[in-house]
Design a protein around this ligand. Structure first.
Ligand code: SF4
Ligand code: SF4
Ligand code: SF4
Length: 297
């Protein structure tokens, strides 16, 4: 479970104006490039742009709209935030054979780019489909809660830039209390589906949402679960490093298939197509070292 000194990002959907300042601040602070040029991003008909996360985009604001039945305000807007949730029970950390993904002492799920081998198992395991592959350097990228800013006593860039204070940052317990109080206000105003999301999901998230229209309206899963690849890794766990390295090297592919391994978004073969010869060599070396270590025991 989350610890008393953990921190969290607070997001209040009822205060968000959809300005996307947070998206821009994330790009700017983390030096993530955006495509430039006339019509390089196809118009989707939605205010949401880009439509999904990618290797250079750690955060997007999401836009869902539905008819309200109220002629004075005919559309209900559900403006959400899509980024890493910093799970306490983080599937990405558990499947990362390179130990590139790890929990920081404040509960945030951080990563070491140098250690990432680009295998993308973290993406396949994540219940929120968050980590993204960056073809340029064959690494995974995702939100770090701006750890470099936190280490200097600052707050995340997205939070810093949010004018209506839809985003806040602080002690996780305090953010939860704040969210619960806000939900009570919204319910009193007639938003009967208003609720807090993140207090208990995945052992406790470190992004706490106030969902004005209920979590489904923001595309947040009810009772999120680690994806199937996680179970396969967990079964491997008693074998220690061998299992993880074997999976990275692709040698466990048939074993996984035999257990009806299933992935919605990305197959192992698709992920392996992105591997460079250097990554394959690194994975093979990890496997060899793990096997030798096992033999010595
Ligand atoms: S900066 Fe604040 S108000 Fe603007 S889109 Fe982001 S969360 Fe919403
Ligand atoms: S949301 Fe996904 S990437 Fe983020 S900590 Fe949870 S499992 Fe990992
Ligand atoms: S905390 Fe930092 S890395 Fe995460 S979404 Fe906000 S600006 Fe981006």
């Amino acid at each position: 479970m989350a610890k008393p000194n953990d921190v969290a990002i607070y997001f209040d959907s009822s205060l968000c104006t959809g300005c996307k300042g947070c998206q821009v601040a994330c790009k700017q602070w983390n030096e993530l490039p955006a495509p430039l040029g006339h019509n390089v991003t196809e118009f989707s008909g939605s205010l949401q742009s880009p439509m999904d996360l990618n290797g250079d985009t750690r955060l997007i604001q999401t836009f869902h709209e539905e008819e309200s039945g109220n002629k004075f305000q005919p559309i209900n807007w559900a403006i959400g935030r899509r980024s890493c949730m910093h799970c306490t029970d983080a599937a990405c950390v558990e499947v990362c054979s390179s130990h590139a993904l790890f929990h920081d002492k404040n509960g945030i799920v951080n990563f070491d780019t140098e250690k990432c081998n680009g295998c993308q198992y973290c993406r396949t395991a994540c219940p929120f489909d968050v980590p993204r592959f960056r073809p340029g350097d064959h690494k995974i990228d995702k939100c770090t809660a701006c750890m470099d800013r936190l280490e200097k006593g600052g707050i995340p860039a997205c939070v810093k830039t949010c004018q209506p204070e839809a985003l806040r940052f602080g002690n996780r317990d305090e953010m939860i209390a704040k969210a619960k109080a806000r939900v009570e206000v919204l319910k009193a105003k007639g938003f009967s589906k208003a609720e807090v999301y993140g207090e208990t999901e995945m052992g406790g998230l470190h992004v706490i949402y106030v969902c004005k229209h209920g979590h489904e309206a923001y595309g947040l899963p009810t009772n999120p679960q680690k994806k199937a690849v996680y179970d396969s890794h967990k079964l491997f766990r008693p074998l220690g490093g061998i299992a993880a390295a074997a999976t990275v090297a692709g040698l466990a592919l048939s074993w996984i298939s035999a257990r009806k391994y299933h992935r919605d978004d990305l197959t192992i073969d698709e992920a392996k197509k992105t591997w460079t010869p250097e990554q394959q060599a690194k994975a093979d070396a990890e496997l060899k070292a793990a096997l030798e270590e096992k033999e010595e025991k």
